[in-house]
Write a protein that binds this ligand. Sequence first.
Ligand SMILES: [Fe+2]
Length: 449
Amino acid sequence: MKKIILAFFIIALILTAFLVKNTFVKEKTWPHVEIIPANREIKIIIASDIHFLASDLLEPRSSFHQEIKRGDGKMPHYSTQILAAFLDEVIRVKPAALILSGDITFNGEKRSHVELAQYLKKVREEGIPVLVIPGNHDINIPNTYLFSNNGRKPVPNISERDFWELYSPLGAIDAVSFDKSSLSYVYQLSEDLQIMMIDTSQYEKGMVKTGGRINEKTLAWMEKNLSKAKKSGISVITVTHHSLLPHSSLFTSDFTLENYPQVLNILEKYGVLVNLSGHIHIQHIIRANEIDGIYDIATSSLTVYPDHYGILDINTDKSILYTANTVNVSKYAANTGIDDENLLNFDKYSFEFMSQTTFYKIRERLAQFNISVEEKTAMIDFVQMLNVHYFAGIPLEITVEDKIYKLWSEYFPSGFHTRYLNSILKENDTQSTTLFIPSARKREQGFGQ
Ligand SMILES: [Fe+2]
């Protein structure tokens, strides 16, 4: 008798699970996305490091408003409006997919994740799959806060499972392959193009790390899928949160994948078209080697000046044009009747906000030294100008012979700021807002850049 009751109980459980799953499927209001036929032009949009903060997690009189002015240029206080303006543009352009390459929330707050997923749902309802991977600020974060008028108050974070449940219905659920040991997956965009979304973050509970690494099992899964794609004549674009390659001599540990030589070897072995990354918040493109190396395109943070996202136009021969574009927040504000002057003149506001964060940091650094006001002003202006251009991916024609640079190296011969300026001047000599990658056949014929 006990066995019959147990069997009945198990059948009831299976039936309930089946019904729940089907109810969820029926409740989905978005259209089915067909795989695009081979040899078609394809447009993809990528945004990184949105660092979205739910609107009710930052109260109007919170001291955090002052703290962020001394931060790294992120604008969580306007992340809702920047995101809304961006998603409006995505829906208007209607790419084949929207890719979000990690650090999608400010610091992993559950409320930010839930609110963000609601916004993204609108994109999916327009027939645009949303492909998401986590960054180092998204899962199991120990310090998630409500920035209230009376100080910071802890709020819930999310687990790896919560992340998957929130975002996979928007795109990943239709993947053709899932990695069992991470949140990586392969999405078949067209008959001859796959997007491999690689989870590079290390968020083991209680041991969340800033740096990225791809574990051995995931590497084996990648290799199996890349080999299969190559044999079938399918091209692959990979996406990581952390950098595939060192973008600067200062951005190595915690920025570039810990085992990047191993990863690079696999991607190049199977002829991956390009790797797309984020994390460094700087618009920057770098190549593994000048002859035939793979490119790593880091799209800068959507909520840091100049509020970039990336557009990839993939041609039928699989040559790619990448363009970084600034979100038009002012236009969105005007169209939606917002009367906030900062939002209505957002290019100016965003530029000044970024310059101001640099100003506060440098001013504090210089305060303790006996330097004339004129020299201090010139030194601050110099760093502000270099910094905004560096983040925007635009090189400046300034060399280490510049007289203001010489002042920095004279007063602070081995300080961080001098090393930082040095790396900008010596390593940021190419435009990183646009790139054309010829097709593999053209590259073999010597048309590479
Ligand atoms: Fe990050």
